[in-house]
Design a binder for this molecule. Structure first.
Ligand code: PLP
Length: 424
């Protein structure tokens, strides 16, 4: 059984890599990508907003009664925000700066939720002024900041569900257990502050969909219990983010997860406003990084290729999240890996002088020369937004692949991200 499972896992992994290779090949052979590379060189991030729209449709098809709010932190780019805004998606912000990006675009603040559990009072005041009404708290000090807030403010108490194997177990920093949640509701009622419901985040890049279902079931049962105990009614359930992206191995799909959540959530549809804050799953597939080899060396541990982007840049997810993006040689994207005997295990170093700037080790690659392109798909989430300018390196530009424009046409886009250099 285990062996059979392992064989299936290997097959699915191979299929995923082949699909990623085919997608990258198709992308790089478009006139738009070629024009963008000719214009900007490497490193370059190619952003396809159509893929964001597609993922949003998948979410809404799978969970039609959930109102989704894109977690802007995953990729705060105008083209992503525009695509989701036009599609009717709401937004989730963690800061006043993120809210500012949305306000400047004209997004109705009623469609924005502010889910950072700890905020400066001035930031709360500005968000309230802008018209945001849904906020998250997880402690009494934060609760107190909402004393005297407008009566239509909806406060959600953030619950913690441990997810030790998620890429980012957010419950290690935020959220409370059932006992403290009950105490917060009691304090809020005593202070005349309205708690409208509960939120949680099962951990980013969740590895186990069953945890998602358990978190939903436990939250619903806590809500039932507290409604009875305090003779109150809650109206919002926020199921957070966490939907994973398939980097180098397959992960649970939106449909897999939705199949577990639907039976739990559907009976509550009339009585609860069910919302979610997905980030990664909406944007991860939408951006592809193209780098090139700038140096080659033989070291004690074999061949090293030095790339022009690294972990202090777009590959920041490697260090911050322990993500392992695929790194594919452009020269064999179309043909697939040629004879493995001609390949060698190599280390891929980033461009800075720091020895921790290593993108990947033990990657099987064909012989590469200086100038050869190396491509990483699935680079849309928590990459450009967490990149730094260490060693004085410029942030990697983002070129937006827009369909329907004249091929090669280059147009300036909005100014919220200085790297949003062109629509090609
Ligand atoms: C409060 C909150 N909501 C939503 C998200 C988005 O999560 P994900 O990208 O895993 O969907 C995060 C990620 O850190 C978060 O902290």
């Amino acid at each position: 059984m285990t062996e059979a499972l392992t064989r299936t896992d290997h097959r699915r992994t191979r299929e995923l890599i082949e699909r990623r290779r085919a997608e990258a090949s198709a992308l790089l052979s478009t006139d738009a990508a070629r024009a963008a590379l000719a214009l900007h060189g490497t490193p370059l991030l190619l952003l396809d907003p159509e893929k964001v729209r597609r993922q949003y449709r998948r979410l809404t098809d799978a969970l039609p009664f959930v109102r989704f709010h894109y977690a802007v932190k995953a990729l705060a780019h105008d083209a992503v925000i525009a695509a989701l805004d036009d599609a009717g998606c709401g937004f989730d912000v963690a800061t006043g700066d993120e809210l500012g990006v949305l306000v400047r675009r004209g997004v109705d603040p009623a469609r924005v939720i502010h889910t950072h559990p700890v905020k400066k009072p001035a930031e709360i005041a500005a968000a309230l002024d802008a018209g945001v009404r849904t906020f998250v708290i997880d402690n009494e000090v934060e609760l107190e900041k909402f004393a005297g807030a407008p009566s239509d403010v909806r406060l959600l108490v953030r619950l913690a569900y441990r997810s030790p194997h998620a890429k980012s177990d957010l419950s290690s920093k935020f959220g409370v257990g059932a006992f403290e949640a009950a105490a917060l509701v009691a304090t809020a009622l005593g202070r005349g502050i309205r708690v409208a419901g509960f939120s949680f985040h099962v951990g980013s890049q969740l590895d186990d969909p069953a945890r998602f279902a358990t978190a939903v079931a436990e939250t619903l049962s806590l809500m039932d219990e507290l409604e009875y105990r305090f003779a109150t009614r809650f109206e919002v359930l926020d199921i957070g983010g966490g939907f994973p992206a398939a980097y180098e191995t397959p992960t649970a799909s939106i449909d897999d997860i939705a199949a577990l959540l639907r039976p739990l959530l559907a009976p509550r549809v009339g009585s609860l406003d069910i919302i979610a804050e997905p980030g990664r799953v909406l944007v991860a597939d939408a951006m592809t990084l193209v780098t090139s080899v700038v140096g080659i060396a033989e070291r004690g541990d074999g061949r090293w290729y030095y790339l022009d982007d690294g972990v202090y840049g777009s590959y920041s997810n490697v260090v911050a999240e322990d993500v392992h993006p695929l790194v594919l040689a452009e020269k064999e994207l179309r043909s697939g890996p040629s004879d493995a005997a001609t390949h060698r295990w190599a280390t891929l170093g980033g461009p800075t002088c720091d020895s921790s700037d290593v993108v990947a080790r033990e990657v099987l690659l064909p012989d590469l020369a200086v100038g050869d392109l190396v491509v990483s798909p699935t680079m849309g989430a928590y990459t450009a937004v967490t990149a730094t300018r260490f060693n004085g390196r410029a942030l990697t530009p983002i070129a937006v692949m827009a369909r329907g424009l004249t091929t090669g046409e280059v147009t300036a886009v909005g100014a919220s991200d200085p790297r949003a250099v062109s629509i090609v």
